[in-house]
Design a protein around this ligand. Structure first.
Ligand code: F6P
Length: 550
């Protein structure tokens, strides 16, 4: 029998985990490491060139046994199969969830409503190859006959964050003469700053929007279109604008020829869409062969996720650790810290993936949820963030489990840079785990020649609580294949957490209310208010802004 969401935190296994947490919560990781020399080996999983070390977590064998029982009782394995077989697991929108089909390199049929989706996916991949090669070779030229070397992706959310993250991550693979830009924010500055840098004759705009109704994207696209038409005339649009969308009608209405449109489908969620034609900017930048390598990396992770036993399944273990900390320890945030400059946009990408997917308060069986769901995800590139929020991670009163991601080999092995970076990432994980006791701090202060009074004064400030969890994910190098693996790993982690929490991770109704209200406030800012029906704060702010803008 499948448990309802009401039963999730009332189930026997949940109660067992609660009791286990109470008896285990004070156990120190440093002691567990001392007692068990095999701990790192026991709690690590490797797949190709990716190793996931989760030994620096507040777990023992019993914890994992109970968490895996929870996964079994929540039917994680069955849900994985349902997703891969095209079942409509996005219940609120009655849709299949098939980002995995976009990278199904084995080309095995996957059916939606009795139709194999693979042929249309392959057709779009072939169209992407033809187009991207033509752009890269300078065969598809701009209106005045010049090569298109400035690629501007106009999109927001899932139509921006994935491509932007991947394009940056794979900068070393860019075609030499290509530059990529991203316009997402409705703030005119976003548009202005990019348009200041590019030349209309050599610029290709990719308007990326699943729905083609998103106000930010359409407004930015209109501004860019006008800029282009002012410079080169109306006929230039066909040579400088392409669209990526599921909505042919709206694309046509906007004035882009459907021949210049790359399609995807409603079974691909926005934040899961970088593998589709939404990745067109990636494919132009790094070439279609490399884009397909990224798909292959994701496919390898998909196969692992689909076939590995739960106990050896990287995304499943990641998700169970997420649940362990969120629901039992009460840790409400997590940090992702890539130690690679090229992965600097990964935390922003994961923020949407995790928080838009699992920031929900109603379960799949239509009940208000009584336990906590998505944590706050934040992060940034190491070592930079060591000099910003790491003080709090080490000594703050809230505990923030961290994911450290690091490639063994850098694309820029200059002098000692990468070894220093590697030493830092390893040191952070160890420092968080071990901490420094007051006694150790006292010893250190003694050695540095401090007086008794000074030691008394400083010893607490200089101590570190430790026992703070982290995962370490080591890649050989940040290349298209490993990036594909890494991103797919997080996608599946988020999915499994959603399954445990009985959430539909694939809708995003929580973004609607703000959008609706913005539409009603818009005319009021211009002075066309028909009687302000807001709270007094909002009304006063509207008045104030009106005055300031006069
Ligand atoms: O923020 C809400 C959202 O619908 C995201 O889920 C999506 O990625 C983004 O807006 C952009 O939507 P679209 O691709 O339809 O323009």
């Amino acid at each position: 029998m499948f448990m309802s969401s009401k039963e999730v935190n009332k189930s026997r296994i949940w109660k067992k985990l609660e009791r286990h947490y109470k008896s285990f919560r004070k156990t120190e990781m440093r002691d567990m490491f001392k007692k068990d020399p095999q701990r790192a080996e026991k709690f690590s999983i490797s797949l190709d060139n990716l190793t996931f070390d989760y030994s620096k977590n507040r777990i023992n064998e019993r914890t994992m046994k109970y968490l895996l029982t929870l996964a079994k009782e929540r039917k994680v394995a069955e849900k994985i199969q349902q997703m891969f077989s095209g079942e409509k697991i996005n219940k609120t929108e009655n849709r299949s969830v098939l980002h995995i089909a976009l990278r199904n390199r084995a080309n095995t049929p996957i059916y939606v409503d009795g139709q194999n989706v693979m042929p249309k996916i392959n057709d779009v991949l072939a169209k992407m190859r033809k187009f991207t090669e033509a752009v890269r070779l300078g065969e598809f030229k701009g209106h005045t006959g010049k090569k298109l070397t400035n690629i501007v992706n106009i999109g927001i959310g899932g139509s921006d964050l994935g491509p932007k993250m991947a394009v940056e991550a794979l900068k070393k693979y860019w075609a030499k003469d290509t530059n990529c830009y991203f316009i997402s924010n409705i703030d005119g500055t976003a548009c202005a700053e990019v348009l200041n840098k590019v030349d209309p004759e050599t610029t290709l705009f990719i308007v990326s929007s699943k729905t083609f109704t998103t106000i930010e994207t359409l407004t930015n696209a209109k501004t860019c279109r006008k800029w282009l038409v002012d410079a080169l005339g109306e006929h230039a649009v066909a040579k400088h604008f392409v669209a990526v969308s599921t909505n042919v009608k709206e694309v046509e209405k906007f004035g882009i020829n459907p021949e210049n449109m790359f399609e995807f489908w409603d079974f691909v969620g926005g934040r899961y869409s970088m593998w589709s034609a939404i990745g067109l900017s990636i494919a132009i930048a790094i070439g279609m062969d490399n884009f397909e390598k990224m798909l292959e990396g994701a496919f390898a992770m998909d196969n692992h996720f689909k076939t590995a036993p739960l106990a050896e399944n990287i995304p499943v273990i990641m998700a169970l650790l997420g649940v362990w900390y969120n629901n039992f320890f009460g840790f409400k945030s997590i940090a992702v810290i890539p130690y690679d400059q090229y992965l600097q946009y990964l935390p922003a990408y994961l923020q949407q993936l995790d928080m838009e997917s699992n920031g929900k308060h109603v379960s799949l069986d239509n009940q208000y949820i009584k336990y906590s769901t998505a944590p706050v995800l934040f992060g940034g590139a190491g070592t930079d963030v060591q000099h910003s929020f790491f003080q709090m991670i080490h000594q703050g009163t809230s505990i923030v489990p961290c994911d450290f991601i690091v490639p063994a080999i850098s694309h820029n092995e200059i002098g000692e840079h990468h070894e220093i970076l590697l030493a830092n990432v390893l040191a952070q994980g160890e420092a968080l785990m071990r901490g420094k006791t007051v006694k150790e701090a006292v010893e250190e202060l003694k050695k540095s020649g401090k007086s008794k009074e000074e030691i008394e004064e400083l010893k607490k400030y200089k101590s570190f609580p430790g026992n703070r969890p982290s995962n370490t994910i080591v890649l050989k190098k940040v290349d298209p294949y490993s990036l594909g693996m890494l991103v797919a790993m997080y996608e599946h982690k988020v999915f499994v957490e959603g399954v445990i929490w009985d959430i539909n991770s694939f809708d995003q109704m929580g973004v609607e209310l703000g959008k609706q209200m913005a539409l009603s406030i818009l005319p009021e800012l211009g002075g066309n208010a028909t009687g302000l029906s807001h709270d007094s704060s909002t009304s006063r702010l509207i008045e104030l802004i009106r005055k300031l803008r006069k």
